[in-house]
Design a protein around this ligand. Structure first.
Ligand code: HEM
Length: 542
């Protein structure tokens, strides 16, 4: 498996959508996996029916261990799942259910959702094994409804919804543009302009409250900040989200986004409800399509604007300079539909994820004043009272980075991730045939005492290296995923969060407002605050 991964990594440099190489690699990957399992390609399909063994070493002696079948894997019954999800509103407690099921059934268990079988993994080592064994184009689970909408409207898929060669081609373009911190560091000034507006807006909101300090439902503000920040980088323009009067087209986009998430349950059902039931229960699918229409429409407006500017510049004989969108439009490495789809999906992926994390981070700082004090001391030492942090300062702010990592450990916005296995695998002693849906339970691993001591404590300094030999990375918490299908917007999100948090901590002492209760998390697609987070931002003495 090791040599195979090396091969995969090396081939990344050359693939660029090469069909032949792609299928050769898949075949090679498959045969190597079969080899590792000691079987011939012909024997793969009926393998689950056979009694298999694998060599294990215990107390220095090699033993044969029987590989168990999926039938033997423990897990909740279909009925108890139905009750859990539809009767006890399990969709809002997916993170808690992960923990409960782990206690009851162990760190690998199976669940049935109608005809769909899902194998859940809550063990760090097993997750590592699965992610490290991924092929060259790992497949995300449950994207059929997204693809169906795109087929219906003649739209392209973007990175989130694409699979196979289409995904590989687009990923190889985008990864060259936005995967490394230094690719994104050039946008530091653009992001700081948005941070300026965030602080101005925060000030306006504070003055609207009687105490002159409280901001009600801080996530509303961070939502606008995150949207403005991603757009400043992706669309190379400002949307006006943080203005007093939000422009109509931006407001329409926000409504489409809210529709997508407020109808999360219905959009989940949009995928789950069989097509023949749609005439009887039309609303979920209609809302799903309506919100996508709004999101695509918005991207199209902004991409067209930039394209018109580029054309005008070229006509005037001027040199065309710009960021990510300009690069895509000028190089034509993607066609127009692929550009629309990718900017649409990236904007969608980049707003709530970042805003929820910022909301939790400020909430945790308010709840743990001694941690806030520690981080403020670091910010003051590095930047003083008023210097504006840039991407270059972030390495000197390890506690700000630790704050983001620790927040995402306690509140991973994606509490679980899905995959369809592309090869037969043996995981945790069970044979898992190709095509099985896996649920990678990141919430459970993040809060597991085996992976993090005092796992429920908020300790950003656990991520700070004490010396060069200190190893702080931990597969127990991988909030952006791992490997070639991990989050492509990670560096954008981190820059936005680091610069905003450094500035907020530098300027304000954050306190919990008496108007806020103990805020719990709930799942609504993403892990989000179950009630509004209201915080006091008190000016720091200069
Ligand atoms: C706190 C912020 C964020 C978190 C925690 C986060 C987390 C994730 C995770 C866990 C995945 C799935 C990875 C996998 O399947 O292995 C993902 C995928 C993705 N994210 Fe993010 N994300 C964040 C912000 C962003 C931003 C700002 C953007 C865009 C600017 C973005 C764009 C994407 C895209 C396009 C994918 C799909 C990648 C692919 O399939 O190739 N994300 N993200």
């Amino acid at each position: 498996m090791v040599s195979l991964n090396h091969l995969t990594a090396a081939c990344w440099k050359n693939v660029h959508g090469n069909r032949q190489l792609f299928s050769n690699l898949r075949a090679l990957h498959k045969s190597a996996a079969s080899e590792a399992l000691g079987m011939s390609a012909a024997g793969q399909t009926d393998m689950s029916e056979r009694l298999l063994t694998q060599d294990t070493v215990s107390s220095g002696t090699a033993e044969k261990t029987r590989i168990k079948s999926l039938k033997e894997m423990p897990g909740p019954s279909t009925l108890s799942n139905l009750i859990e999800f539809f009767w006890r509103d399990g969709f809002a407690r997916i993170h808690e259910i992960q923990m409960d099921h782990q206690k009851k059934y162990g760190k690998i268990f199976k669940s049935h959702f109608g005809p769909q079988l899902v194998v859940s993994i809550t063990d760090r080592e097993l997750l590592t094994q699965v992610l490290r064994a991924e092929g060259i184009a790992p497949q995300r689970a449950n994207m059929e409804s997204w693809q169906e909408y795109r087929d219906l409207r003649g739209r392209s898929t973007g990175l989130i919804s694409a699979e196979g060669e289409d995904w590989l081609k687009m990923r190889s373009v985008l990864r060259r543009l936005i995967m490394k911190p230094r690719d994104i560091a050039v946008f530091s000034d653009n992001v700081n302009n948005v941070v300026d507006d965030l602080i101005k807006r925060l000030d306006i909101l504070r003055t609207q409250e009687a105490d002159g300090a409280t901001v009600i439902n801080i996530n509303d503000l961070f939502f606008k900040y995150a949207m403005e920040g991603v757009a400043a980088i992706l669309y190379e323009c400002r949307l006006g989200c943080l203005e007093n009067e939000v422009p109509k087209e931006t407001q329409d986009y926000i409504s489409a986004l809210h529709l997508m998430f407020s109808s999360f349950k219905t959009t989940m059902y949009a995928g789950a409800i069989p097509k023949w039931l749609r005439p009887i229960i039309p609303k979920p699918w209609e809302e799903f399509c309506l919100s996508w229409d709004g999101l695509f429409n918005f991207s199209q407006i902004h991409v067209s604007k930039r394209l018109a500017q580029i054309k005008a510049q070229l006509e005037r004989g001027e040199e065309v300079k710009g960021g990510i969108l300009t690069h895509l439009l000028v190089t034509k490495e993607m066609n127009m539909e692929e550009i629309y789809a990718n900017v649409t999906e990236m904007l969608l992926a980049g707003v709530d994820t970042t805003s929820f994390t910022l909301s939790w981070a400020t909430y945790l700082l308010a709840r743990y004043p001694h941690v806030q004090q520690q981080i403020h001391a670091e910010v003051e030492k590095t930047l003083g009272h008023s210097a504006v942090a840039s991407a270059d300062d972030v390495p000197q702010l390890p506690l700000i980075r630790g704050l983001v990592k620790e927040t995402l450990r306690l509140f991973p916005v994606l509490p679980g991730n899905g995959r369809i296995t592309q090869d037969d695998l043996v995981v945790g002693g069970y044979f898992i045939p190709k095509g099985t849906q896996l649920a990678l339970c990141h919430y459970s691993t993040s809060l597991d005492e085996e992976n993090f001591t005092d796992a429920t404590d908020f300790r950003p300094d656990r991520w700070v290296r004490k010396d060069t030999t200190d190893h702080v990375d931990n597969f127990g918490s991988i909030p952006f995923g791992y490997g070639i299908r991990s989050c492509i917007g990670r560096r954008i999100a981190e820059l936005e969060m680091h610069l905003a948090l450094a500035r907020i901590i530098q300027k304000f002492h954050i306190e919990v407002s008496p108007k806020s209760d103990d805020v719990k998390a709930k799942t609504h697609g993403l892990l989000c605050p179950a009630s509004p987070i209201n915080l006091k931002f008190v000016n720091r003495a200069l």
